[in-house]
Design a binder for this molecule. Structure first.
Ligand code: TRP
Length: 334
């Protein structure tokens, strides 16, 4: 499905990821990119400034996200890996798209609506604290996508609407000029991606404080794994594996054989919570050992990452330049 296709993935620099981000989002995105004929992968740093105003914090987050993807298997020789702000054509294209973006689209975009809802709940004016960057963010995202003649944008549910907005804007422009100036993208909503539970059983999320870290040292990972909730049933009491949270987390990382071993041991009362936690810990450490070394290496040698990003930008720019030229020629009647 992805061979012969151009796939584009954008990531916001949100800081060091946890195990749930890795298994639920990062790994599938990298795998999919590797299968695509053309893969563009970029760090959405212009999107990030809408929320993050501290340059030092922002810079650190951008570094972390770049090193994370490289450490976890993004191949910069296959995927064109760049920073959004290194491609000025994207913002020029955004300006042209504005002229074809009904304001109503922005009013309806759910990221903006969610902020309005929050303000209403807090008895604040609707647009309190909302900047134009956030308000118009779907148009910039449309330019991210349309600049590269993208076929497919892999997304989570929350981003489907944004890809549809990109399609609608592109469709309006194509209809107006009577030719395919912009390629219409499709979203790809991955089915059955792992939703990894956190140590308390709710979805793993930084905001719940229930994460298992990814690039921390063994001690920190062990501490998190051993805090996964259990009950007081004794070891020799046969247990339904699905009633054991450690097993639920193990599902997203273990091989089928490993999983069966844990399930059998729980059912037969051979494995206690200490055992299964150690099994989970081993599986996690085994999975992240190499990426963690790579991550630490890249963070300490960011100049190497910087040159990869520059190289990515030098591959991406000519493509965006072509799209921009096509648009300007049509818009200005050249
Ligand atoms: N909006 C996306 C998010 O919040 C990030 C993003 C920006 C993006 N531009 C994109 C994703 C273009 C896909 C394509 O996660």
């Amino acid at each position: 499905m992805f061979d012969k296709k151009t796939v584009l993935t954008g990531v916001k620099p949100t800081g060091t990821p946890h195990l749930g981000n890795y298994l639920g989002a990062i790994k599938p995105a990298i795998d999919l990119g590797n299968r695509a004929e053309n893969h563009y992968m970029f760090i959405a740093d212009y999107h990030a400034i809408n929320a993050e105003k501290d340059p030092l914090v922002l810079n650190q987050k951008i570094k972390e996200v770049a090193c994370t993807y490289l450490a976890l298997g993004l191949n910069p020789n296959h995927s064109v890996f760049y920073r959004q702000s290194d491609i000025p054509e994207i913002t020029e294209i955004t300006t042209i798209l504005y002229a074809y973006t009904p304001k109503g689209f922005m009013n309806k975009a759910h990221a903006y609506k969610a902020c309005v809802d929050k303000n209403r709940e807090a008895d604040k004016p609707d647009d309190d604290g909302i900047n134009m960057g956030l308000y118009t963010y779907p148009t910039l995202m449309a330019a991210d996508i349309l600049s590269f003649d993208t076929d497919i944008v892999p997304v989570g549910k929350d981003q489907v609407q944004h890809v549809e907005i990109a399609r609608d804007i592109a469709g309006a422009i194509n209809a107006h000029y009577g030719k395919e100036l912009l390629h219409l993208p499709e979203y790809y909503l991955a089915e059955n991606v792992a939703i990894v539970p956190g140590v308390d059983g709710r979805k793993m999320s930084k905001s719940y404080g229930n994460i298992i870290p990814l690039f921390d040292d063994d001690k920190a990972i062990k501490k998190a794994v051993f805090s996964v909730v259990t009950d007081s049933r004794p070891m020799d009491e046969p247990k339904d594996p699905d009633s054991v949270m450690v097993y639920e987390i193990y599902k997203s990382i273990a091989t089928p054989d490993q999983l069966k071993e844990m399930a059998d041991g729980l059912r037969e009362g051979r494995l206690g919570y200490g055992h299964v936690k150690n099994m989970l810990l081993d599986a996690i450490i085994n999975e992240i050992k190499e990426p963690r070394e790579k991550y630490n290496y890249y963070m300490a040698h960011f100049d190497e990452v910087e040159s990869m990003l520059q190289e990515g930008a030098s591959k991406a720019r000519p493509v965006a330049q072509r799209t921009l030229k096509r648009l300007k020629d049509a818009v200005f009647g050249r």
